[in-house]
Design a protein around this ligand. Structure first.
Ligand code: ATP
Ligand code: ATP
Ligand code: MG
Ligand code: MG
Lengths: 256, 256
C-alpha cells in the first residue's frame, strides 16, 4: 500500500495546508500517484486544490463516520495524478461526535484499509489542534511531516507536539515516526527567522530538512486561483522550494 | 462588572494572541484595569505577557473545572494594570473532559460571576478552533473582536465564524455581538492584502475597524522578550496601530 504522511502541527497558520497542497503537487509532478485527505473543517486544502463546494457532498466526514467508503469520497483535483478526499461542513461537528464512538482514534485507519491500491502516497492535512481529528490522522499515518513557521510562538508548541506523537506511537500506532521538520515562511530580512532556524537545527539535527520554504507572496496568491503554487508560478522561489522538499521527502522514504 | 471581549477566529495564525496581548496593553496604558484570560492550551498569551511556567500552577483549567476560584488563578503580568489568568498544560485535555460535564458551555461564564469587580475589561484569547474552549469564551463574552489576516485562506472561514456567533447568540448568550473585525498583517507591498481589505470592507462595512494592523517584524520579535510590542518598541508601526485600535474599541464600547 501507499506511504501515509500526516502534515501536523497544533500551532495555527504555520503552513500545514500550503505544505500538503504543494508537496503533494511536487510528488505528482514526478509521476507519483498521490491522494490528499483534508481533515480540517476549514477545507482550505480542498479549496487550494480547486475542489468546488458542489463536489464535497461525500467528504472526510462520511468516511470517518463509516457512512461512505473511501472510494466514494475520492475526487480528481486540478492536478494530474493528484486526487482529494475533500472536507465538508459536517466535519466541524465530527470532533464531538467521535468522542462517544468506539475505536474513536482508529476510524480513519480502518477506512484506509481498502481503496488505496492505486496510490503511492497519501498526505493528510490536519487542523490546528491535537484533538480527535488530528489523532485519527496520526494513528492512520506511517510518518509525520511537521511544518514549523520561523516565528517565536511557533517554537513554543513543538515539544508538546513531539510528546503527543511519542504517546500515539506508544499507545496507538507503533510504526509512527517524525519523518522531518520543514521550516516555513523563512524571511531572510528578519533576524528572527535565522535565530529560529539555528535553534531548530541545533535541537532536532538531521530531522530538519535541508530545504527551507521562504516567505513568498506567490505562495499566498495561488489559493485564490484554486491552484498550487507549482501550477500558478512554477519559477517562484516558493514553488522551487517545494520541488526540492519533495525530493528530500522521497529520498528519506527510500532510506527507511 | 467589566466588559468581556472574546478574541476569536478558528483560522490559525491570524493574530488572535498578538491582538489580545497588545490591545490589552494599550488599554492598560490609558488607565483601564484589564484582565487577559488565556483559553489556548498553547499558552502563547501567557508567554507573551511574561508569565513564567512556575506561575502557571493554577490556570484556566482549574477555573473551568471548578477546582479553583478565579481570584486564585489571577497573576500579575509584566505590564502595570494588566493581570492574567494563564493557560496550563492540563488545558489541552479540557476539551475532552468538558464534553461529559453538565453546563459544559457555561463553565467559564459561571466562574466569571465573581472576582472581577476591580477590572474594566476582560480579554479572552481563544484557540484556533470552534470547540468547547472557544464556545465557553463566546458564552462568557459580551462582544467578539475578530482578527482577520489579509490572506485568501483567512477569508474562507469567516462566514462559518459569523454563523457560529449567531448560533451562540440565539441559543446560549443573547447579549453576544461582534464588536468589530480587525485586519491584521497587512502588507502594502502585496496586492493580496489590498484585495482582502476591499472585500472585507465591502462585505462587513462599519463592523471593520478603521485601524489596520500592518505586518511589522517588531511585533513578532516582542514575544521572545516576554513583552508586548508596546513595551518592546513603542514607536514601531505595529505598536502604534494597536494604540489606535484600542481607541476605537473603547469608543465603540461607549457608544453601545
Ligand atoms: N511560504 C509562504 N510564503 C507566503 N505565504 C505563505 C507561505 N506559506 C503559507 N503562506 C500563507 O500563510 C497563511 C497560513 O498558511 P496555511 O493556511 O497553509 O497554514 P496552516 O498551518 O494550514 O493554517 P491552519 O492552522 O489554519 O490550518 C496562508 O494564508 C498561506 O497562504
Ligand atoms: N502585525 C504583525 N506583524 C508581524 N508578525 C505578526 C503580526 N501579528 C502577528 N504576528 C506573528 O504571526 C504569528 C501568528 O500570530 P498569533 O500567534 O498572534 O496568531 P494566532 O491567531 O493567535 O495563532 P493561533 O491560531 O495559533 O492561536 C506569530 O508568530 C506572531 O508573532
Ligand atoms: Mg490549514
Ligand atoms: Mg494564539
Amino acid at each position: 500500500g501507499p506511504k501515509i504522511l500526516a502534515i501536523a502541527n497544533q500551532k495555527g497558520g504555520v503552513g500545514k495546508t500550503t505544505t500538503a497542497i504543494n508537496l503533494a503537487t511536487a510528488m505528482a509532478a514526478v509521476k507519483k500517484k498521490v491522494l490528499v485527505i483534508d481533515m480540517d473543517p476549514q477545507g482550505n486544502a480542498s479549496t487550494g486544490l480547486g475542489i468546488d463546494q458542489s463536489q464535497r457532498t461525500v467528504s472526510t466526514y462520511e468516511v470517518l463516520m463509516g457512512e461512505a467508503k473511501l472510494a466514494q469520497a475520492i475526487c480528481p483535483s486540478s492536478v494530474p495524478d493528484l486526487s482529494v478526499v475533500p472536507s465538508g461542513v459536517d466535519l466541524a461537528g465530527a470532533e464531538l461526535e467521535l468522542v462517544e464512538m468506539s475505536n474513536r482514534e482508529f476510524r480513519l485507519q480502518q477506512a484506509l484499509a481498502e481503496g488505496l491500491d492505486r496510490f503511492d502516497y497519501v498526505l493528510i492535512d490536519c487542523p490546528p489542534a491535537l484533538g480527535l481529528l488530528t489523532l485519527n490522522a496520526l494513528v492512520a499515518a506511517d510518518e509525520v511531516v511537521v511544518p514549523l513557521q520561523c516565528e517565536f510562538f511557533a517554537l513554543e508548541g513543538i515539544s508538546h507536539l513531539v510528546k503527543t506523537i511519542e504517546r500515539v506511537k506508544g499507545a496507538l500506532n507503533p510504526r509512527l515516526d517524525i519523518q522531518g521538520i520543514v521550516l516555513t515562511m523563512f524571511d531572510r530580512r528578519n533576524n528572527l527567522s535565522t535565530m529560529v532556524e539555528n535553534d531548530v537545527r541545533a535541537y532536532f539535527g538531521a530531522k530538519v530538512y535541508k530545504t527551507v520554504i521562504p516567505r513568498n507572496v506567490r505562495v499566498s496568491e495561488a489559493p485564490s486561483h484554486g491552484k498550487p503554487v507549482l501550477l500558478y508560478d512554477f519559477r517562484s522561489t516558493g514553488a522551487q522550494a517545494y520541488v526540492h522538499l519533495a525530493g528530500e521527502v522521497l529520498r528519506r522514504d527510500r532510506e527507511v
